[in-house]
Design a protein around this ligand. Structure first.
Ligand code: GLN
Length: 239
């Protein structure tokens, strides 16, 4: 690879709670440990950026007020995001941005925040907040994270989820689904942050991004994940 690998951090200022920045750090370290140079680009409201120039776009969660603050900017980028998703750019959206990558989030007080409908899903706030550690069975192994949200996300029939909840809530308190996936675009409620504690999932994102960049299946050198696996086991053992 000649040009550095680009990790774009979308809404770093406003959408970044429960350690979501750790997702950017985990991706950078796992690439650097394998000798891949990485450039991190921060994109906040109003910043010009062409998503197809990114290898992975990461966006975190936030309070309803932060979601409201970024909503217009996100909607203005809707076409560009859809184009990038169709082009196979890897996206990881967590909680507050996951909700807005669906069609809409209606907050507990009834305000409707428009989304960009990458995922065929609606999120409605209200009732008991869903808080605690989550364990999810996914095609990329068992995923562990921390959730804290009022929004309940309903996927349309046919909309793929990230996995099935083994512990905790995930998308809502009834469906048993967690997250959503469209192509290389992932949505999840898992904070904590999710990638440092789930190295196999982090590598899946890296593998997909490198495959898009090089056109071939990358041969990722194995890393010593003993600390990461211990962190996941501890989180999984706690409510
Ligand atoms: N404000 C949203 C909710 O409460 C998202 C919260 C979050 O990102 N953790 O559902």
């Amino acid at each position: 690879m000649t040009a550095p690998f680009v990790v774009a951090h979308l809404y770093r200022r406003r959408m970044n709670i429960y350690g979501d920045t750790g997702n950017v750090t985990a991706l950078c370290r796992r690439l650097e440990w394998r000798g891949v140079a990485v450039r991190v680009v921060s994109i906040d409201e109003g910043d010009r950026f062409e998503f197809e120039e990114a290898d992975i776009v990461v966006a975190g969660g936030g309070e309803d007020s932060s979601q409201l603050a970024i909503a217009d900017d996100l909607v203005s980028r809707s076409e560009a995001v859809h184009r990038a998703v169709r082009a196979g750019v890897v996206f990881l959206t967590v909680c507050g941005t996951y909700q807005l990558f669906g069609r809409r989030f209606v907050t507990t007080d009834g305000s409707e925040i428009p989304g960009i409908a990458v995922f065929a899903a609606d999120t409605i706030g209200g009732g008991r907040r869903m808080i605690g550690n989550v364990v999810v069975d996914s095609p990329w192994g068992s995923l562990v994270g921390f959730e804290n949200h009022s929004g309940r996300t309903r996927l349309d029939p046919g909309q793929a989820s990230l996995g099935r909840v083994r512990r905790g809530f995930g998308n809502d308190d009834t469906s048993g689904f967690e997250g959503a996936v469209v192509g290389n675009c992932f949505g999840t409620y898992l904070h904590g942050s999710v990638l440092p504690k789930n190295p196999g999932f982090a590598d899946e994102l890296i593998r997909r991004a490198l495959r898009r960049r090089t056109g071939t299946d990358p041969d990722l050198a194995p890393l010593d994940d003993a600390v990461e696996e211990r962190a996941a086991a501890v989180a999984a053992s706690r409510p």
